[in-house]
Write a new protein. Sequence first.
Length: 289
Amino acid sequence: MTIFCSHCHRPLQADTSCLPSRAKQAPTASRPFRSTKSASKARRDQINAELQALRSLLPISAQEKERLSYLHTMALVCLRLRGAQLFPPGLAPPAGPALGTELLSLLPGFLLVLSADSKLVYISENVAQVLGLSVVELLAQGDTVFDILDGRVGEDVHKKLLLAREEPGREVTFVSEMRTSKALRLQHGGNRVVAVCGRFVALGWPPSPSTTAFLALCTPVVQSPTDGEADSQDDIFQSLHLLDMTLIDVTESVTYHLGYHREELVGQSWYSLLHPEDAELAAAQHRAV
């Protein structure tokens, strides 16, 4: 039996055709993938589930976990990961008493730990007493120390940190405004002025950026009261000195802070009031002034 092609009416074998085979046809362009509402919802649900899992692993109270936003959750997770890199189990110090609220309350400021690239690694919980912001709220400002400082001093602080990193163990100090809560800004007329004093410490051997941390104490600088508060506040004292730092006058409120009467201090050297370990640094700052 002869088979004719339906296209050209020529006789053909049973397994051939004059039309191009499907395999030889030019491939058609694939249709672009179009996301659907259900697919988008499924992805959001998966992201939410992962964030909830991360949130559940954070070592904070259940009430704090409930208040965490996605941004705060990721910021805390990043902080914990950086801490785990600097303080792995093999390099962790021996177990000791926890740095509890009672001990932190005795400090004149809060503790700050930075990585070699100025990333925040640890902030003590008593930061809220100084800046009015919790650790979580402070992390929402950013993940480096420059994000919580006044931007005008960023370059100077960067130079100080570079100097300290090049000479581990050398103590550096810088003073800057730190971001605070709205309530503290209203109370102090702006952000809080804080003195940061610290040094880079190698946590492993041989020293490397991944095992080096900047450990610092951040102490609020007492600001002069406004005219309306001058008569009601006794939180500062003022002194007048000769060029060699001999006291020639001091306000009566010095008794509240140092326990000395004004008459006892007039004529004394300022250096006689310092701890011996602070004398060298104080002398350097005196010469600089």
